[in-house]
Design a protein around this ligand. Structure first.
Ligand SMILES: NC(=O)c1ccc[n+]([C@@H]2O[C@H](COP(=O)([O-])OP(=O)(O)OC[C@H]3O[C@@H](n4cnc5c(N)ncnc54)[C@H](OP(=O)(O)O)[C@@H]3O)[C@@H](O)[C@H]2O)c1
Length: 249
């Protein structure tokens, strides 16, 4: 059955989701955006009436109010917008009170989510063989605001949690010999690279590398559509990672 979606925020992500929706058995029945000419201007019973589920890719300054309004109208919501995760417990309470459902995530890429799971398993395996040393490398376009990337920080946490040899991450140049317990995770900023993360395991005999390479933002859009279809008939508060775990079971 087709999933009918209201998009809250019709910028880059909203438009990506809209273009991918038909081939994933989803229909965009409404868009809500303060600047897009053909969109509704506000979240209300009328603008959400035809939707089974909403997806928010708007703005950190607006997202909490959007969540509140959508839940009060009793609609389930997938939230891709970031910048509000220090309010998770408050929002969990709103969701429970509303009796509807919400999925949130800082990274809706299915590929990156599976990469993180493979990485945890790989670190556990290589950890049994002390000859192998683990390292990380991330590359992004020169306009990127942050360095290291948020994803590199998350990946380094996965490595540290699953390695008995490493207990701290070093993202900057050391200007000295690094200690055996330090995980070196380097960043490069150049050109237009959309985003590459590599974790390697190296010993005298060979190197094994796991790489996730972004080709376009459609990975985030696909993940959000997948989450919307999964959430449609559910209640409760879920991370995107829980959605992937459920699909894998
Ligand atoms: N979780 C993930 O995997 C993931 C992936 C990509 C992006 N994101 C996040 O998602 C958000 C949107 O990304 P984007 O690249 O699509 O940004 P974008 O191109 O700037 O689009 C956001 C759109 O939402 C509109 N908007 C602002 N306030 C709104 C409100 N109250 N109600 C409805 N729409 C509103 C904006 O209008 P104005 O131009 O007037 O502000 C803009 O048209 C960002 O926070 C980004 O970090 C998350």
């Amino acid at each position: 059955m087709t999933t009918r979606i209201a998009l809250i925020g019709y910028g880059k992500m909203g438009q990506f989701i809209s273009s991918l929706a038909p081939e994933h058995n989803c229909q965009i029945v409404a868009t809500i955006d303060p600047v897009h000419p053909e969109s509704a201007r506000s979240i209300c019973a009328e603008s959400l009436a035809a939707a089974d589920v909403c997806i928010d890719f708007s703005h950190p300054s607006a997202v909490l109010q959007n969540i509140k309004q959508v839940l009060e109208l009793g609609k389930p919501l997938v939230v891709g917008t970031t910048g509000w995760h220090n309010h998770l417990e408050e929002v969990r309470h709103w969701v429970e009170k509303s009796g509807t459902g919400l999925v949130y995530g800082a990274n809706f890429s299915i590929g990156m989510n599976l990469f993180s799971r493979l990485l945890a398993e790989a670190v556990k395996s290589f950890d049994k063989f002390s000859a192998y040393d683990v390292y990380g490398l991330e590359l992004h376009h020169r306009q990127k605001a942050d360095s290291p990337s948020g994803t590199a920080i998350e990946l380094s946490k996965i490595i540290l949690e699953n390695s008995s040899h490493k207990n701290s991450a070093l993202f900057d140049p050391a200007y000295r010999r690094i200690e055996p317990y330090e995980l070196h995770f380097a960043s490069i900023r150049a050109g237009s690279i959309p985003g590459t993360h590599t974790v390697g395991f190296d010993c005298e005999a060979d190197t094994v590398e796991l790489t996730h390479r972004v080709r376009s933002r459609s990975g985030f859009a696909l993940g959000a559509l997948q989450a919307a279809k999964w959430l449609k008939d559910r209640q409760g508060f879920y991370s995107f990672s829980q959605v992937i775990s459920d699909i894998l079971c």
